[in-house]
Design a protein around this ligand. Structure first.
Ligand code: GDP
Ligand code: MN
Length: 381
């Protein structure tokens, strides 16, 4: 479960981390009221689950009531990488001289948490990690003892953080670790941690992911989920009973079986495409489930082409093919090219039954994926 910035900041504030004064707003009027209360300048920030909101136009600074109104008008309702912005966080803008990165995540290789610090805050930390990993200091944490203060200091000084603020930054890092641990987080990150001209540190952004399997013992976080569950596609997937994960690419993927879908994702990547989602419709392929799955990928604005990877097992290939035909006939038009690969029991019979007016059929998974990647490229060309 990924918290919104405003939710993560509430949790951070409760733990004693320094966050700007802020209010949440879902109308332009409320945003202006919030700005007036807080005082200018304010930062108005889209509350959607995408990174890089700044660059994408989801964050604006406002110096006056008029600017606050204009900023709220342009951000509320906007489409940010496929997500509609329904809420903005209006907060006191920070006048900063430096932007740091601090974060806690799980180091799966080492099998323990890791605390990280970098003076290259404010930019995508994955980019920093790829280009110049030496700009990030890391301290592995023994969960039995937590992050020792000396480790926090070593990470902070090692990253080259200015001496004047090093003590406070180290304090933020240890508090962040304790929070990560107490809240069953998989990730807790402040990017940027802003340093002001009078040497104060402020968490200008907040990211927190919580382990879904631990939500039963984090009831207050679990309760937050209901009102933050605003990705329509993921909600739909929940209603349909699908395992679904939305990704950044443009090739929609549907399969019956998690392994089958993962393989398809890998192949899409291998052939130079980018998967738009993981979607496992589970065993069988009855017309209803197929239609629901198609409805999902068709309604994702990022999807340019679809690949359907079905393995006929107990549900035979010919039944699967009838299900796919029935499902496709329910759509007045097929908005995106669909390629089907059918394997397993009665695959041959199934492929003959598939209505090639509605779908493209390929005999092998490789061919199907290549075709779908090409279809997506043609659409975006
Ligand atoms: P993200 O792009 O989604 O990670 O959103 P952030 O909250 O990290 O903001 C991105 C960038 O916007 C920051 O690195 C700052 O440069 C700028 N920004 C955000 N909040 C403020 C603020 O309060 N004051 C100022 N001056 N800039 C801000
Ligand atoms: Mn950020």
């Amino acid at each position: 479960m990924r918290l919104h910035e405003y939710q993560a900041k509430e949790i951070f504030a409760d733990a004693g981390l320094p966050v700007p004064d802020a209010d949440l707003a879902d109308t332009v009027g409320d945003a202006v009221v919030a700005a007036e209360r807080i005082g200018y300048p304010v930062a108005i920030k889209a509350q959607v689950h995408v990174g890089g909101r700044g660059k994408a136009g989801g964050i604006e600074l406002a110096e006056s009531e008029e600017e606050a109104r204009e900023a709220a008008e342009s951000i509320l309702g906007m489409d940010l990488k496929g997500y509609t912005v329904n809420r903005v966080l209006v907060e006191a803008a920070v006048d900063f001289v430096d932007e740091l990165y601090v974060g806690i995540t799980m180091d799966r290789g080492a099998g323990r948490p890791v605390a990280m610090v970098s003076t290259r805050g404010g930019v995508d930390i994955e980019e920093v990690a790829a280009e110049s990993p030496e700009d990030i200091t890391r301290e592995g944490v023994d969960p039995a003892f937590g992050l020792h203060p000396y480790q926090a200091r070593r990470a902070v000084y090692g990253a080259g953080v200015a001496r004047e603020v090093a003590h406070d930054v180290a304090g933020v890092l240890t508090t962040l670790y304790d929070l990560w641990n107490a809240r069953d987080a998989t990730e807790a990150e402040i990017n940027p941690l802003m340093i002001t001209s009078d040497e104060a540190v402020v968490a200008a952004d907040a990211v927190m992911n919580v382990d879904d399997d631990a939500l039963f013992r984090q009831p207050d976080l679990e309760a937050m989920e209901t009102d933050s569950y605003e990705d329509d596609l993921e909600r739909k997937a929940g209603e349909y009973g699908f395992d679904y994960v939305r990704l950044d690419g443009d090739v929609g993927i549907i399969g019956n079986g998690a392994g089958l879908v993962m393989t398809t994702l890998d192949l899409v990547d291998y052939y130079g495409g980018e998967p738009a989602n993981f979607l496992d419709i589970g065993g069988g392929a009855q017309a209803d489930r197929v239609a629901n799955a198609l409805d999902m990928v068709f309604s994702d604005p990022n999807v340019e082409a679809v690949v359907f990877n079905i393995f006929g097992g107990i549900t035979r290939g010919d039944e699967v093919a009838r299900g796919i035909n029935d499902a496709l006939e329910r759509f007045d038009e097929i908005p995106k090219e669909v390629v089907v690969r059918l394997a397993g029991t009665n695959a041959e019979e199934g492929m003959e039954i598939l209505n090639t007016d509605l779908v493209e059929v390929e005999g092998t998974l490789e061919d199907a994926v290549r075709r779908a990647v090409e279809n997506a490229e043609e659409v975006s060309a």
